[in-house]
Design a protein around this ligand. Structure first.
Ligand SMILES: Cc1cc2nc3c(=O)[nH]c(=O)nc-3n(C[C@H](O)[C@H](O)[C@H](O)COP(=O)(O)OP(=O)(O)OC[C@H]3O[C@@H](n4cnc5c(N)ncnc54)[C@H](O)[C@@H]3O)c2cc1C
Length: 335
């Protein structure tokens, strides 16, 4: 696949000021996590011109080792998975550019994206794969705590590995109770630790009682020693846990899509139809940024659906012009 240079290094604020001599990209992908990289592989293998722009903060980079990622029976770290997905996409000819898209506009039939450094791209379709950013607990050595699995961020992902641990969920009280009840599948010893003052609803208080989940006072500090997390609570009691799941909310990276009027849910996550298109024609969304379950397998499924839908909407690219395409199958790029 031929790669496409950005439209211009321009500081102009008008999308129509971007040079139009080159045809627009078939698709600009914003974000190179599992979703964006998988979409890039699909589009490259459909002989489409796709560029991925990435700010380099994939949520997957935090994963010490995932054990539920299909095809990795012995687990895979987030960085290893990202490296493999990147090698696969670039191996088929997709281009990945470092940058942060700050503005997205329409110029007639095409989208114009502008990065923070002024770089611009024109594209017929745009795929938003920008993910979410977790709100993290304030504690010394947070990265080390995640690497050692004493802090875990996703019960669906890795509660199996925390089976029979002493587990705490650290969150506003109703959220803490519902997550703690979910975690009771994995351990008899699960408590809810308040991250802020508040009383549970009657229904949640009953749920906690039924599931034998204790609800503890507000934490005043959280530390870890490499093997355990230690909470100090506002009543001065001290509690140790093998694993803590903080559930403190997240920041959906949907700003650029919202500039075009893309619809979001109450968490600012994008709404998409069954082909992953937002309410804006030509603007697709995949992965964690879309409302729903935040998982790698969901992100790559979204990517396959969206990339195929985009390919099918683009003008046909029948294989017949040897000048424009590699002459023989043996000349096609592959990893
Ligand atoms: C500790 C931890 C453990 C996890 N374990 C698992 C697990 O075991 N199994 C599992 O299935 N899932 C797991 N997850 C969830 C998984 O990481 C996410 O579901 C997955 O990374 C989502 O992929 P994505 O491509 O949608 O978003 P991301 O991977 O977050 O990638 C989004 C990319 O877009 C970039 N970006 C954002 N805005 C812009 C912009 N304006 N311009 C350019 N680039 C931009 C970001 O910098 C980032 O690189 C875990 C998450 C965490 C935090």
């Amino acid at each position: 696949m031929k790669t496409h240079a950005p439209a211009a290094n321009s500081s102009s604020s008008s999308p129509s000021a971007a040079p139009t001599a080159e045809p627009p990209l078939d698709c600009l992908i914003v974000g190179a996590g599992p979703a964006g990289l998988t979409a890039a592989t699909y589009l490259a293998r459909f002989h489409r011109r796709a560029v991925v722009v990435d700010a380099g903060k994939s949520r997957a980079r935090w994963i010490p080792k995932s054990h539920n990622c299909p095809g990795f029976p012995f687990g895979v770290s987030g960085t290893e998975l990202l490296d493999k997905l990147r090698a696969q996409a670039t191996g088929y000819g997709a281009e990945i550019v470092d940058g942060c898209v700050a503005r997205l506009e329409r110029d007639g039939d095409v989208f114009v994206a502008t990065a923070q450094d002024g770089m611009r791209w024109r594209a017929t379709f745009v795929l938003i794969a920008t993910g979410i950013v977790d709100a993290m607990p304030s504690m010394p050595g947070l990265e080390d705590a995640i690497a050692r699995n004493v802090i875990r961020m996703c019960a669906v992902c890795d509660a199996y590995e925390a089976s029979d641990d002493r587990i705490a969920v650290y969150a506003p009280v109703d959220v803490a109770i519902s997550h703690a009840v979910f975690l009771r599948t994995f351990s008899r010893n699960v408590v809810a630790v308040r991250s802020e003052p508040g009383e549970p609803t009657e229904a949640n208080a009953a749920l906690a009682k039924q599931a034998r989940v204790s609800v503890l006072p507000v934490a005043t500090s959280l530390e870890h020693d490499g093997r355990c997390c230690v909470f100090k609570l506002e009543d001065d009691s001290v509690h140790r846990f093998d694993t803590v799941y903080p559930v403190l909310g997240c920041n959906a990276q949907s700003d650029v899509a919202m500039m075009l009027g893309a619809a979001v849910d109450e968490n600012q996550e994008l709404l998409a139809d069954e082909k992953q298109q937002t309410n804006i024609d030509g603007l697709y969304a995949i992965g964690d940024i879309v409302t729903g379950l935040n998982q790698i397998s969901v992100a790559v499924g979204h990517a396959a659906i969206a990339a195929t839908a985009i390919h099918n909407r683009l003008p046909r690219n029948f294989r017949e012009d040897p000048e424009a395409q590699p002459a023989t199958a043996a000349d096609l790029p592959s990893p």
